[in-house]
Design a protein around this ligand. Structure first.
Ligand code: ATP
Length: 523
């Protein structure tokens, strides 16, 4: 987005403004990508220097007429080359010059210089302008003074004016790209600083995560076993990887095994290996993970799901560093650091005799307890950005953005599936948004929109009490409002999306007072 206030304050721009005013009697007006007028502090109360505009702004709809001029010209300039063009304003025979500010294929705004009349204007045409102004609410004396004060420009002068307006547009482009360069440098520096919000592959700036990073720093170089606890999807495996990859064992293997995915026999063979012929199907010797991970780290996920007899075998490896492959007669030695994880309450399992106390104390030398995502909500925005960037980069799409409303809903949600659920939701949103840059709430999964048992309409802030007609109108207005923003106020595009005719959409925009010009004026 262009910073129009900074542009207005640029020396070269204010010089050009002076020249335009002195030699052509015109005012310099900017509008942004939403056709909102951005000339310095221009709003309804802006004090125009040009007398014609002063009179126009005293009319009931004077400001909106300027908005209409701007919208018409900006639309006409889209797709054209960068040249400035002359146009006729709301008041027939009163003219202006406009040029678009296009950067990277996107029209980010326009520059206008007006009002003036052509040197070939006739007396009848002058009278026509005055009558039109009076019909719009100006008094006779004001209308006469306003029209008589308009400069009459020769074709050569209009050409010259066009060149100057192009120059203003070029200056804005140059300034904007300089600023963008500076901003990307700031972003770079920021992301360097942002490293303190990461640890290996983990992201999180919350106090809870910062404490985890500090603990991990301390324990990586030790040889102790670690028990990582936390709900599903909180990042237990990421913690295990971080411990391994920052430890002296990093050059050796990191092997992860989900204990709940195997029955006892299979788990036995998976972990300790087997000898040829030890059971049907054992056609050759197989190395177990304790052998594969020798010198490295073995991550036993869902350790709370192992049987008591398996727990005895694991205890033996932890205590003596030896194990017996299935069908073997002699034990094997191993040097493996064990990291274990669970989302179960092992203490309660010990009390009920489902988990061995001695094994518990062996693996729980160091305990890492990951907070659930809802208890570290300040991490949600940075995780969202991280997954959004990752997804967009992977699929070669331009970076997208969450709408404010969408962000609010995601922040309010309780994320029972923790970071994994958030990652999946962002991936889904990127796919559903398609080519659109903005990710809007209508794309969210129904369970998120309906969270807190609120019906969709309530979650979207619609009052479901009162008459059905009122509620439907409220929903209609909200859909059109969001749609207008999403489609960049392109009514043809939105009417197709909503499945209504353009004329009917325009009527509804009027009915609900959603016209961007009025909005811009009121903001
Ligand atoms: N702090 C984090 N930063 C970035 N990504 C994360 C973070 N925490 C989790 N993730 C991502 O969320 C997903 C789930 O993480 P992980 O598998 O480590 O969780 P888990 O606690 O081991 O889950 P489960 O208990 O279901 O095995 C992964 O894709 C992981 O990359």
């Amino acid at each position: 987005m262009i910073n129009w206030q900074e542009i207005k304050d640029l020396h070269v721009i204010s010089k050009l403004e002076e020249i335009l005013s002195k030699w052509f009697g015109v005012e310099q007006i900017y509008s942004d990508m939403h056709y909102k007028i951005r000339s310095g502090h221009v709003d309804k109360g802006y004090d125009f220097k040009n007398h014609f505009f002063k009179v126009q702004m005293q009319m009931n709809h004077g400001y909106n007429y300027m908005g209409q001029d701007i919208e018409k010209v900006t639309d006409a300039l889209e797709g054209e080359d960068d040249k400035a063009r002359s146009f006729e304003t709301f008041f027939k025979h009163v003219k202006g010059v406009g040029a678009k500010v296009e950067i990277g294929g996107e029209v980010l705004g326009s520059v206008f210089a007006y009002p003036f009349v052509s040197s070939s204007i006739t007396e009848e045409e002058v009278e026509e302008i005055k009558k039109h102004m009076i019909a719009e609410g100006a008094n006779e004396a004001d209308a006469s003074a306003a029209v008589d004060g308009l400069r009459r420009l020769y074709p050569r002068e209009i050409e010259y004016l066009q060149e100057l307006v192009e120059l203003v547009a070029d200056e804005i482009k140059t300034f904007h790209s300089e600023i963008s360069k500076r901003e990307s440098r700031i972003k770079e520096l920021n992301s360097e600083l942002g490293d303190k919000y990461r640890y290996h592959m983990m992201i999180g700036k919350s106090k809870g995560m910062q404490q985890i990073y500090r603990l991990l720093e301390k324990i990586s170089s030790s040889e102790s076993s670690v028990l990582i606890q936390g709900q599903n999807g909180t990042g237990k495996e990421l913690v295990a990887k971080a411990i391994h990859f920052y430890s002296p064992r990093k050059e050796k293997q990191f092997v992860a095994l989900n204990c709940s995915a195997f029955n006892d026999n299979l788990l036995d063979s998976e972990l300790f290996g087997h000898m040829k012929g030890s059971f049907t199907g054992a056609v050759k010797d197989k190395a177990g993970l304790f052998e594969v991970a020798n010198g490295g780290t073995l991550f036993l996920d869902e350790i709370g799901d192992t049987s008591l007899s398996m727990q005895v075998k694991l205890l033996r490896v932890l205590q003596e560093g030896t194990y017996l492959p299935v069908g073997a007669h002699a034990p094997k030695k191993t040097d493996v650091r064990i990291l274990a994880a669970t989302n179960k309450d092992l203490k309660a399992m010990m009390a009920s005799g489902e988990f061995r106390e001695d094994l518990y104390y062996r693996i729980n030398v160091i305990n890492v307890n990951l907070p659930s995502l809802k208890d570290r909500a300040e991490d949600i925005p940075i995780l969202m950005d991280h997954f959004l960037k990752k997804r967009c980069d992977e699929s070669g799409m331009a970076m997208k953005q969450f709408s404010k409303k969408c962000m609010e809903i995601l922040l309010d949600y309780h994320w029972p599936g923790n970071v994994r659920e958030l990652e999946n939701e962002v991936e889904r949103l990127v796919v559903l948004a398609g080519e659109d840059k903005m990710i809007t709430p209508d794309l969210l999964s129904p369970r998120i929109l309906e969270s807190g048992d609120k019906p969709v309409a309530v979650a979207r802030g619609i009052n479901t009490n009162g008459s059905l007609k009122d509620a439907l109108e409220e929903l209609e207005a909200m859909m059109i409002k969001e749609g207008l923003k999403r489609c960049n106020y392109n009514k043809s595009k939105l009417s197709k999306e909503l499945g209504v005719s353009r004329a009917s959409l325009i009527m509804k925009v009027d009915k609900y007072d959603l016209d961007k010009r009025k909005k811009a004026a009121g903001e």
